[in-house]
Write a protein that binds this ligand. Structure first.
Ligand SMILES: *Cc1c(COP(=O)(O)O)cnc(C)c1O
Length: 502
């Protein structure tokens, strides 16, 4: 049976349910499958005429052998079925022309790609609790700068044996993001504004995780804290599915013949998305290159070019904020696999990174990476230019994250003359980043006077797409969450929400 081990060697032989329930390994490492499973040509062939849910079942079965088929089907149906996504295909592939294909990962309930994973993770976790006989309720604490919080709320809403509390910076998120969160429905959800910025909220959450007395007390009262961030294996594994699904759609659409390679271009932050592509490639999916696209926080571009990871650099706030990251936590998993499971080496690098802010993998491993990845980065002004050009040339409107990937793909084609089809992984709906999109397309338009709802309508006009239902409804959605707290009060708020006495 496929087992999970820690990237730092300290934990071995966990089942998938145990790894998902634990989240992070005791030695601080991340859980990875001990052996990388292979997908046969027959299974790949079977995927072509299957729907997304059936494709998900085939892939998840490989990684989660301790879940029964009935359990997986139940998780998959509640995550991706029942009209939760605004299109049948769940993750449609759009042929835009000139060898470019867009994998749209934003048709879920919050119009962001985080839905792909955060719709499934809570259900896998809930089943894991039953399977590992944990009777505590899991309390998910999230500090969010906007998108992750909403996607986590939607994912955990009313999932048995879980509660979720989201902290967002008071006056520090967009109006749409705020409305999305404060109107959140569900019996196990709480949303709290923290008077401070995102870092204050995040520091507050981290300190709650580290209060051992408080955690022991929670445990006595039947609660266990956990996080929904992208280091949990249960958040990574759903992402492998859409690489297979996109390839199956390429074959089904007649854009590529079975067995012939394609490239994927991925707008990257925490390295979760592109790592899922790496797993797909290692499993035998015909991927030639994984192209890693960054914004001016280009720590990964430099790493993939030189083998030196160096986070000691300025941090930029860009118009593709979900990629404004200097520590890509999922990279650790890649390092484990490219060193052929050398946990000792990985632990050393991670320690160097923590102590000095940098580490170097050396030329041997660096050249292994060059054979798999290609990387580049794009400035904000070029991102806006690309949004404008794709609209003018193809009549296709992209959000800033997708535009970064688009531009990097253009450069890749120019510099390598590789003619293989390129699949641009599109991570956000243009509606979610409406003002950047409109500023790019309508030169110098004065948007400051408009409210967020009218901006949605403006994006609808330029793109010809309907405003996503959940966003359109925000204007009149009842407010359900009004708690505001000081940053020092976050623990007290958690106590109050869970009715845990002092
Ligand atoms: C989270 C996110 C990313 C980055 O994905 P990673 O898995 O962290 O690399 C890119 N684009 C959008 C819109 C996101 O929300």
């Amino acid at each position: 049976m496929l087992m999970y081990v820690s990237t730092r060697g300290g934990t071995a032989g966990l089942s998938a349910a145990e790894a998902i329930q634990a989240g992070i390994a005791k030695d601080g490492g991340l859980f990875v499958p001990k052996d990388l499973p292979q997908i046969s040509c027959e299974i790949l062939q079977d995927l072509i005429h299957a729907n997304y849910q059936e494709r998900a079942l085939k892939i998840l079965q490989v990684f989660l052998p301790d879940y029964s088929q009935a359990e997986l089907i139940d998780c998959i149906q509640t995550a991706y079925g029942g009209g939760k996504f605004d299109c049948q295909e769940v993750a449609p592939l759009v042929a835009v022309g000139d060898g470019k294909y867009v994998l749209e990962l934003w048709h879920g309930p919050t119009s962001a790609f985080k839905d792909m994973a955060l719709q499934l993770l809570p259900r896998l976790l809930s089943k894991a609790l039953t399977k590992t006989r944990v009777s505590n309720h899991i309390v998910i604490l999230v500090a969010t700068s906007g998108d992750t919080g909403k996607a986590a709320l939607e994912g955990f809403k009313d999932v048995p044996q879980t509660r979720i509390i989201v902290f967002y910076p008071y006056q520090g998120v967009s109006e749409i993001q705020r409305l999305q969160m404060v109107s959140q429905k569900g019996n196990n959800v709480s949303v709290v504004a923290v008077k401070g910025n995102f870092d204050d909220a995040q520091t507050g959450v981290k300190s709650i995780f580290n209060q051992s007395a408080f955690n022991a007390e929670l445990d006595r009262q039947g609660y266990q804290l956990s996080s929904a961030n992208s280091i949990n294996w249960g958040r990574l594994v759903p992402q492998i599915v859409y690489y297979f699904s996109a390839y199956a759609d390429m074959v089904q659409g007649g854009y590529q013949t079975m067995g012939q390679p394609v490239n994927f271009v991925v707008p990257t932050g925490n390295f979760g998305n592109i790592l899922a592509g790496y797993y797909a490639k290692r499993m035998g999916l015909p991927i030639h290159r994984l192209i890693c696209a960054s914004n001016s926080n280009n720590v990964l571009t430099d790493f993939l070019h030189t083998g030196v990871y160096d986070r000691r650099r300025d941090f930029f706030k860009t118009i593709s904020p979900s990629m404004d990251i200097l520590i890509s936590s999922n990279l650790e998993r890649l390092l484990y696999h490219i060193t052929e499971q050398n946990a000792k080496q990985v632990a050393e690098w991670m320690e160097q990174l923590m102590k000095t802010g940098t580490f170097s993998i050396g030329s041997r491993y660096s050249s292994v990476l060059s054979g798999i990845f290609w990387a580049d980065w794009v400035s904000d002004s070029q991102t806006m230019e690309t949004i404008k050009e794709t609209h003018e040339t193809y009549g296709y409107v992209v959000d800033p994250h997708t535009a970064v990937a688009w531009r990097v793909h253009d450069r890749y084609k120019q510099q390598t003359e590789d003619k293989l089809p390129g699949i641009i992984v599109s991570t956000a709906s243009p509606f979610k980043f409406n003002s950047s999109v409109l500023q790019s397309i309508q030169d110098a338009a004065d948007l400051s006077e408009q409210n967020e709802i009218s901006l949605l309508q403006a994006v609808s006009r330029v793109s010809g797409l309907k405003v996503p239902k959940a966003l359109a409804e925000l204007e009149h959605a009842p407010i359900r969450h009004r708690t505001v707290c000081a940053k020092e009060e976050m623990e007290a708020v958690v106590r109050k929400i869970l009715a845990v006495k002092e």
